[in-house]
Design a protein. Structure first.
Length: 364
């Protein structure tokens, strides 16, 4: 079973009892709970807190820091939330309160982020970057031992190394603030994503060329442009940055990271709104299906009652007709017997009276 909690709700739980006992109650390890708390920037009691509290010593409950762009607002864990746990926090589990203004979250995130700088040593960088460079190194070693090896390193040029340094700085900034890490979906590092609580897909390459403008195309080959692919959905949000008269991308790294986190928040809220709308439609469709099924069941029940009543009436009328037919047969037999002086033992009389008895419901 999946437990969904807001940051505030998980915070109240981890400060209600020791993590070991809480974990046993929820069916989750205390290590897993602590990991989720770190991801959501939720402080947990320091070592010795509960012993001091039990001994009536002064203790300090670390307040929950306000959320910013790179902080998850809902945590999911596998376990079971019992009634005694739900009593320790307010609201429905996992149901968020009204979200704060994104500009407020962005200001907090910028303050926590600080200035984003670009490390020079890529081999000490983000794991996704290091993996690309290790592959290049393996290719170089194979090329050194074979003249027929055609697969060449991809990131030896100054242009490609610059791309990796910029991406590395962005990845490390997000990893440092808990917003996720980098991921490449292709070998050339053109399809780039940041995974985690601040997930977003980006492109970092030369600006698109305009047809017939060779001078602009030549200049663009020296430039880099970083674009958030989801940014086109939000017209009021900056979603691309380029080398221009105001500076190179390296000078804009802090703004880029804040901007990407902002777009991720917009995208997350859009997705949540769409999911909520889908849930509302699904609930409405299910309610409509239940209404139709109920009406059908009620209609069929009414039809069954009417059919049963009609069947009973038909049976009654049938028995009445059979009773009248039996009486008619007996009267006819009696009249014929008197007219034709038939004896009681006549085969026809016996047969006719037997038929009357057979169809007479009062004789059954």
């Amino acid at each position: 079973m999946t437990i969904r909690l807001t940051r505030e709700q998980l915070y109240e739980l981890v400060w209600s009892e020791a993590l070991v006992r809480l974990g046993k109650g929820l069916g989750i390890s205390d290590v897993a709970i602590a990991k989720q708390c770190r991801k959501a920037s939720i402080p947990i009691p320091e070592r010795g807190y509960w012993n001091k509290l039990q001994a009536r010593h002064a203790v300090v409950r670390t307040p929950l820091p306000p959320r910013d762009l790179a902080t998850v607002d809902v945590i999911e864990m596998n376990g079971e939330l019992k009634p005694e746990h739900r009593e320790r926090f307010s609201g429905e589990p996992g149901i968020e309160s009204a979200p704060e203004d994104i500009d407020v979250l962005a200001a907090r995130f910028r303050q926590r982020l600080g200035k984003v700088t670009m490390p020079r040593d890529l081999m000490q960088g983000d794991p996704a970057i290091v993996k690309l460079l290790q592959r290049d190194e393996a290719l170089r070693q194979k090329m050194a031992t074979s003249s027929y090896y055609f697969d060449k390193p991809l990131f030896e040029s100054a242009f490609e190394r610059r791309r990796l340094r910029i991406l590395n700085a962005i990845f490390l900034a997000f990893a440092r603030t808990g917003g996720g890490g980098g991921h490449f979906r292709d070998r050339e590092a053109r399809e780039v994503s940041i995974w985690g609580s601040a997930s977003v897909s980006i492109e970092l390459d030369t600006p698109k060329r305009s047809r017939g403008r060779n001078q602009e195309g030549a200049e663009n080959e020296k430039k880099l442009m970083l674009t958030a692919l989801a940014g086109q959905r939000f017209s009021n949000v900056v979603s691309s940055w380029t080398d221009d008269e105001h500076g190179k991308l390296e000078d804009k790294l802090t703004d880029i990271v804040v901007g990407l986190a902002t777009i991720s928040e917009h995208e997350s809220r859009r997705w949540k709104a769409e999911r909520e709308e889908w849930r509302r439609k699904q609930a409405a469709e299910e309610e409509e299906a239940r209404r139709i099924a109920k009406e059908k069941a009620e209609r069929e029940a009414r039809e069954r009652v009417v059919a049963e009543q009609q069947a009973r009436l038909d049976e009654l009328l049938g028995e009445a007709r059979a009773w009248k037919d039996a009486a008619l047969i007996r009267a006819f037999v009696d009249a014929r017997r008197r007219r034709e002086s038939l004896c009681e033992s006549s085969k026809w009389v016996e047969w006719a009276l037997a038929e009357a008895d057979r169809i007479d419901p009062l004789m059954k």
